[in-house]
Design a binder for this molecule. Structure first.
Ligand code: NIG
Ligand code: FE
Length: 408
């Protein structure tokens, strides 16, 4: 349904306009799922439904550009093990970690995975999310990876949400390939990527390039195959050590490098040159009690766009709240609240290859809008645990969140 949002004070996050400042009240006309006009004047078509946004603040709908939302099982036991002194890497080497989630996810049906994911998705939605990227990576066979990607996409028919899917078959070496990582990479490149591309189940391909994941050579083989099938490239890089995965991702014109606590200056220069987004994941940094901070100063200096995401997953970031990540981005990584908001809107849009139509309040862009009960945008990074979202618009569909009669 088409409508006009009146008295809309907004932070538009347009690349070269309005900055972080709150605009004076304006009218946003939404037609056919797009923002058709932003103006001080009311549209001439006065048959449009009017929704009064007085006392609200509007931002682009938030984009969570890195999640592992689809999984079965729990890793609370490993959380306990870690606090009793066993490191994450050690748990992984003993066959726990990612592989314990693989076992549980393989045993679940597509429908079970959907049902397990809905409460997590609801958490993200309550924090203002209108677009979410979801990775596979807990299946590690063709059928199980496909099952995960289908479950991820199916969430769109249960909630008002836009899902971008990423194939992360190169997340861990499955038990049946133990000691044969190169053979598994052959299978990923020759079987999984072609089938997933053919069925159009993923927009991007990601690799966990790490000592407990895949080597640079193996990562490059996956990137080559992804490129051959026209899929976008992303990397889990420099999370626990500096292998050079980010520079490699940059060479393949990847859309984003994610985690990057151990990224060095050469890596920063490489991603600056390729226009690759640096996605920061403070939830995993916090939950693993890491000490190495991402190179924020250098990223600023080289003008690298920084995105911020939940990394929602059972092992390293069991948090389904994107405004909490804005708070952690500020408190743990020293981002400003403006950088945090750009990180979950315009820069996150770029990290999923959608910067032409999402992540800004701008004429012609998708009508994905978060409508908040706040006065200033810094409030999104500030208090936590208080429901701030009043309503949301996803592809032009208006949905009220707070039960109070805020809208006339
Ligand atoms: O982004 N680093 C690799 N993958 C995930 C963790 C997945 C897991 O532990 O289940 C991450 O942190
Ligand atoms: Fe991740």
């Amino acid at each position: 349904m088409d409508f006009v949002l009146t008295n809309a004070r907004m932070v538009s996050l347009q690349a070269n306009k309005a900055g972080y400042d709150v605009s004076p009240p304006q009218n946003i006309t939404v037609i056919n799922g797009k923002i058709s006009a932003i103006s001080h004047l009311l549209p001439e078509n006065n048959s449009l439904k009017v929704i009064n946004c007085a006392d609200k603040l509007l931002t682009p709908g938030l984009i969570d550009c890195h999640t592992h939302l689809i999984f079965a099982g729990s890793r609370a036991n490993e959380f306990e093990m870690r606090l009793n002194g066993v490191p994450y890497q050690e748990i992984a080497k003993q066959g726990g970690g990612i592989l314990s989630t693989v076992q549980a996810t393989r045993s679940a049906t597509e429908q079970e995975l959907i049902e397990l994911a809905l409460p997590r998705l609801d958490g993200l939605i309550r924090s203002g999310v209108t677009s979410v990227e979801i990775k596979s990576g807990y299946g590690l066979t063709l059928d199980d990876e496909i099952k995960m990607l289908k479950a991820a996409k199916a969430l769109e028919s249960y909630r008002s949400i836009k899902v971008s899917t990423t194939l992360l078959a190169a997340h861990a070496i499955p038990p049946e390939y133990a000691g044969r990582a190169d053979d598994y990479i052959d299978y990923v490149c020759n079987v999984i990527i072609p089938a997933v591309a053919e069925q159009k189940l993923a927009c991007s391909v990601d690799v966990f390039c790490e000592s407990i994941g895949f080597t640079l050579e193996q990562t490059e083989r996956v990137f080559k195959s992804a490129q051959q099938f026209g899929l976008k490239i992303k990397g889990h890089t420099e999370q626990l050590s500096n292998l050079g995965g980010s520079a490699l991702t940059a060479r393949y014109h990847g859309v984003s490098v994610d985690h990057i606590e151990y990224l060095d200056i050469e890596g920063v220069k490489a991603i600056a040159q390729s226009g690759t987004v640096a996605t920061l994941l403070p939830g995993a940094f916090y939950f693993l009690r890491e000490q190495q901070l991402p190179p924020i100063k250098a990223l600023r200096e080289y003008d690298v766009p920084m995105a911020l995401a939940t990394d929602m997953n059972p092992g390293t970031s069991p948090f389904a709240d994107l405004t909490m990540m804005m708070n952690m981005g500020c408190t743990l990584f020293g981002l400003t609240p403006e950088e945090a908001l750009r990180g979950v809107t315009c820069h996150a849009a770029k990290a999923i290859g959608q910067s032409e139509c999402r992540g800004q309040l701008r004429e012609g862009f998708d009508a994905d809008i978060a409508i908040w009960n706040i006065q200033s945008p810094a409030e999104l990074s500030y208090q936590q645990g208080i429901p701030l979202l009043a309503a949301r618009v996803v592809d032009g569909r208006f949905e009220r969140i707070s039960s109070e009669s805020y809208f006339q």
